[in-house]
Design a protein around this ligand. Structure first.
Ligand code: GLN
Ligand code: ZN
Length: 751
């Protein structure tokens, strides 16, 4: 049987690409050296895939930054401002990814967005009126030839034209349909060159097909593909989808002259049902059965049973999505063998595809037997008390009393805050000194006592500073945390941490999601010590600062033996204990961050509630339902892209929510008003993703815009998000301005 993958991780086993690229950014090495080391990496990865026995190997799945950006360069969808810069191709490429400020000009980076329901970010291309779509990059050809010279006939991979058009931004006065002809011609030019170079098949990734498609979108897709496939230049065309099923367009796909169709049997709830209605004999089904998103071993018995149900023999065994979303290999991990045997990172998933093929074609009884053992023996026990607690939860446990309107009065009475209260989102700059001291403490070079003294000093300084500047609600600064999920995970039972399990998040950056191994309970109080310490230093309220259960879950690798709902409720109960301890310790305001709540909203609207919001929102309420009416609960979300789910956000029943808003033109405010949003709001008044200090008048203008749309009794003044990645100087200047402007706005109101 044929085996393949959709794509392989790019950063390298030890994040070599990241480190080399950063050297290049710092000017320590030149372009030639960067390109050479990328080549070495590609060779290593191709060899690994080949040696694992994978028979169809992709190329052009490598990227120096992001595949959507690569495609934009291929198609010449590069804004005029960057085209005209006198830079090399690679410099221009990085200019679009990260912005360029230097002697040759000044351009801003293109925006980034989350790639479907993952924590990977792509660069959003921009079509302008004078965009001339044409073949403008040789990357896909060069990498094909590079592999061919090593004796490998690869299958080049490209983001498909439909998904590319769907993900792009458009200058006013332009629309996707304006570019169909030139896009089709350019893809055909790619086909032709690849065919001339000896390629047989091209893979076009079309994940946008797993979303709800309007009639117009469907028509656009069909229009593009009918034109494109009218002349394939002798290539076979594989349309590859992932992250869901293609229910809206499956029947149409089968009528197109494509040669292969890649479907996701892991996340695609209806994929099996769809293929059961029939799959034509003249096409190859690329069946995504090995999970490309999670780190658990594949259950061979289940996969084989699934394969049996697929009514075609023309099957290629595949992963469900690119292996970009899992770490490189388990080989460098230090878990005990009994634990490690349950994990499968990218390299191990290659072997799983191979195993499945062996079992299907040659018997492989021993492989199957060993895998069965892994799943038949109980991996972890069940915490019966916890299970009973969760089973016994009733509506009352998810309900905070009295209702918000009454609490609002009680809290105003207790907190006595002025109108337009000022606060920050939690973290202050994590300077080199903070990070170095934490590392030294972890390595045992700094004693626990010395580390505590150090943290206390940071808190002292920042509490004093916030009082001086005149903030109304203070924070301790989160200096003890290196990450808002890992810090909590380390204090919860059931969590494991890999040494080297990096997954690309954006650009060359990786994150190392912790693994939920077993039932989760709180081991000890987590934040009480530093929150109460900070509170003891001031008469102003200091916010307790927690990460919420949905975010902790979403930024971890979840279990597959119990539902993510069950895991989330376990985490919610653990965080609830923390909330109650903070309250007992005298903390009057507690913020429970749900930065990643929006991220895992299902791609299809019809799944939003049943598959997600119906348990995620109650899980949040469970965390705070039993606090006293006069304890004020805040939450924070990083996206204001929740226009569609405003009632659900109100249903979290927090007292105050802060969110990133200043970058999105405050459109959300109209919707909040239209939908009669009750929760008090702190729309961010300045962007913290850039070192820029807001100019004179900027924050004033934003506050004015907010007050024009939100009743002033409901408004808080705060930045977009935490400040941990910022420098001290710009942070202080920006925050001083924020407080000054808020005070002026307050005076203006009372007049
Ligand atoms: N409290 C966190 C911080 O300020 C929130 C971070 C986030 O929203 N990503 O760092
Ligand atoms: Zn945030």
């Amino acid at each position: 049987m044929v085996t393949t993958i959709i794509g392989f991780p790019r950063l390298g086993e030890f994040r070599e690409l990241k480190f080399t690229t950063e050297k290049y950014f710092r000017g320590e090495i030149g372009e030639a050296e960067l390109l050479e080391s990328a080549k070495t990496l590609r060779r290593k990865h191709w060899n690994l895939v080949k040696e694992a026995g994978i028979t169809e190997i992709p190329s052009n799945d490598f990227s120096h930054y992001d595949a959507v950006l690569d495609t934009a360069f291929l198609l010449n969808v590069v804004p005029q401002a960057v085209q005209s810069l006198d830079l090399t191709d690679l410099e221009r490429y990085f200019a679009l990814a990260r912005g360029y400020q230097g002697e040759k000009g000044d351009v801003r980076a293109l925006p980034m967005k989350k790639w479907f329901n993952t924590n990977y970010h792509y660069i959003v291309p921009k079509f302008e009126k004078d965009t001339q779509v044409k073949l403008a990059s040789n990357k896909i050809f060069d990498e094909f030839v590079e592999a061919r010279e090593r004796g490998l006939l690869t299958r080049p991979v490209l983001i498909g034209p439909f998904t590319f058009l769907q993900l792009a931004d458009y200058e006013v006065g332009t629309a996707p349909t304006d570019f169909v002809e030139s896009i089709v011609a350019t893809y055909q030019a790619v086909f032709e060159t690849l065919a001339n170079l000896g390629a047989k098949t091209i893979q076009l990734d079309e994940p946008s097909l797993v979303k709800d498609l309007t009639a117009k979108e469907k028509a656009l897709f069909l229009d593009i593909y009918e034109k494109l496939l009218a002349d394939k230049k002798g290539l076979s065309v594989l349309v590859q989808t992932y992250f869901g099923d293609v229910r809206d367009i499956y029947a149409d796909l089968l009528t197109l002259p494509i040669d292969g169709l890649g479907l996701d049997f892991v996340e695609g709830k209806k994929t099996l049902e769809l293929v059961s209605t029939g799959f034509p004999e003249d096409k190859v089904l690329y069946a995504g059965i090995v999970n490309g998103k999670n780190i658990w071993r594949n259950d061979y018995e289940k996969s084989l049973a699934l394969l049996k149900k697929i009514p075609t023999t023309n099957i290629v065994l595949n992963t469900s999505c690119s292996l970009l979303h899992v770490p490189f290999t388990t080989v460098n991990e230090e878990f005990e063998a009994s634990i490690l045997q349950h994990f499968s990172f990218a390299v191990e998933k290659l072997a799983e595809l191979r195993d499945l093929d062996t079992i299907l074609t040659e018997g492989g009884a021993d492989l199957l037997a060993r895998n069965k053992d892994l799943f038949r023996t109980e991996r972890v026990g069940t915490n019966q008390d916890l299970a009973a607690r969760i089973a016994g939860l009733t509506e009352a446990d998810y309900t905070r009393l009295p209702d918000f309107a009454e609490r609002e009065i009680i809290q105003a009475e207790r907190l006595k805050l002025p109108e337009l209260p000022t606060t920050t989102i939690g973290s202050f700059p994590q300077t080199e000194e903070v990070r170095a001291t934490r590392l030294a403490f972890r390595k045992g070079e700094v004693s626990a006592q010395a580390y505590d003294t150090f943290l206390a000093k940071q808190i002292d300084d920042w509490i004093e500073w916030q009082e001086e500047v005149g903030f109304d609600v203070l924070v301790h600064g989160e200096f003890e945390r290196n990450d808002m999920v890992e810090y909590f995970g380390q204090n919860l039972s059931g969590y494991l941490f890999s040494k080297n399990g990096w997954v690309q998040s954006y650009g060359m950056r990786g994150v190392k999601p912790p693994i939920i191994w077993s039932d989760v309970t709180r081991l000890q109080p987590i934040t009480v010590k530093w929150s109460s310490y900070a509170q003891s230093k001031t008469d102003k309220p200091v916010k307790g600062m927690l990460t919420g259960p949905v975010t902790i879950l979403n930024w971890s690798f979840p279990r597959e033996d119990i539902s993510i709902k069950e895991s989330t409720l376990q985490i919610a109960l653990a965080i609830k204990e923390e909330v109650l301890d903070l309250e007992t310790a005298g903390i009057k305001i507690i913020q429970i961050d749900e930065a990643a709540l929006r991220e895992k909203l299902p791609l299809r609207r019809s799944d939003w509630y049943e598959d997600y919001l119906d348990w995620a929102i109650p899980a949040f309420r469970l965390v705070h339902s039993t606090v006293a009416p006069d304890t004020q609960i805040h939450t924070h979300m990083c996206y204001s892209e929740f226009t569609d789910i405003i009632p659900a956000i109100d249903n979290m029943d927090a007292d105050v929510i802060s969110f990133e808003a200043s970058r999105s033109n405050l459109v959300i405010l109209d919707e909040l008003k239209a939908q009669n949003f009750q929760t008090q709001v702190g729309p961010g008044v300045y962007d913290i993703h850039s070192p820029r200090v807001p100019a004179d008048g900027e924050i004033d203008h934003t506050i004015e815009a907010i007050l024009a749309k939100v009743p002033r009794q409901k408004v808080w003044i705060n930045p977009d998000c935490g400040l941990k990645t910022r420098g001290i100087k710009e942070t202080r200047e920006s925050l001083i301005r924020l407080v000054e402007v808020a005070k002026l706005a307050r005076q203006a109101i009372t007049k």
